[in-house]
Write a protein that binds this ligand. Structure first.
Ligand code: HPA
Length: 278
């Protein structure tokens, strides 16, 4: 007989032990920083930065623009944990590895998740450079991190997904944006496996399905967060018009360039939300 595989809870306990060698901070908010936003973790105060390589169970991303550190500290006076870089399904990681870092931050004590990403804009109301508060999601990856034996200690077998994203948090973000003098949009995020960008026909399909923005991350993490009972704010940076809706072909450099241009606004919005969570 082969030894039973370590449960997700056992994996989390080992990873938490590794984190606790560095800090006993209990985070209140978990931040998942997408393309172009990783540097936000550098501005965290009282910072302890732990390379993923020093945390058992954490996988490293090889995608350009994604670092690999778990950062704990305070941002706007709020105790936070931040993932500076994340792994994606399209790199070949299994779903449970994709959500491991997020689960770890919740296991360490965070109850609120702010998750950010870069996305292609599908909805007519979205322009390049917009920030979109995610109202709902389409998990079109064909994967789910909860497949397999349920870890009852983490959450229930069948998870209610009626409110994947928290309306109160969206309200705080809108209030914060208004105070800063800019607007934010709302919409549905469609998460696909990638790594190819979509075809124009796929974008027409996504539009019919109710998708406003499209990307290759986030949806599995939101499932894992809801499983563990955390509330979630999701923000997409619209880095390009989705395939067939703009004039150019799509490439990663363009996505990164726009993410960089929007970064300042994005960071100020994160700050405004965090201040409202004090
Ligand atoms: N499609 C998928 N993922 C993306 C896009 C896109 O157009 N832009 C940024 N990430």
């Amino acid at each position: 007989m082969t030894a039973p595989e370590a449960s997700q809870l056992d994996r989390l306990k080992l990873a938490a032990e590794d984190v606790r060698k560095h800090t006993d901070r209990v985070p209140k908010v978990a931040l998942v920083l997408g393309s172009g936003l990783g540097a936000y973790a550098d501005s965290v105060e009282e910072k302890v930065s732990i390379p993923y390589t020093e945390i058992r169970g954490m996988s490293m991303s090889k995608v350009e623009g994604h670092a690999g550190n778990l950062v704990l500290g305070t941002a706007e006076g709020v105790s936070v944990a931040a993932m500076q870089g994340r792994v994606h399904l399209y790199e070949g990681h299994p779903a449970e590895d994709v959500v491991f870092g997020l689960r770890l931050m919740l296991h360490l004590g965070a109850k609120t998740v702010i998750i950010t990403n870069a996305a292609g804009g599908i909805g007519d109301h979205l322009e390049v450079g917009d920030l979109m508060l995610i109202e709902d999601q389409l998990n079109l990856t064909g994967r789910n991190p909860l497949v397999g034996v349920n870890e009852d200690a983490l959450g229930p077998r069948f998870v209610d997904m009626t409110t994947p994203f928290d309306e109160e948090l969206r309200g705080l973000a809108e209030e914060g944006a208004k105070a800063l003098g800019f607007g934010v949009k709302r919409g549905v995020y469609a998460g696909l496996l990638g790594p190819t960008y979509e075809t124009p026909a796929e974008i027409r399909m996504l539009k019919t399905l109710g998708g406003d923005a499209v990307g290759m991350s986030t949806v599995l993490e939101v499932v894992a967060a809801r499983h563990m009972g955390a509330r979630v704010l999701g923000i997409s940076c619209i880095t390009n018009k989705a395939a067939g809706l703009g004039h150019e072909t799509l490439d990663h450099e363009e996505v990164q360039e726009v993410a960089k241009q929007v970064r300042e606004r994005f960071v100020s919005l994160l700050g405004a939300v965090l201040r409202r969570l004090l």
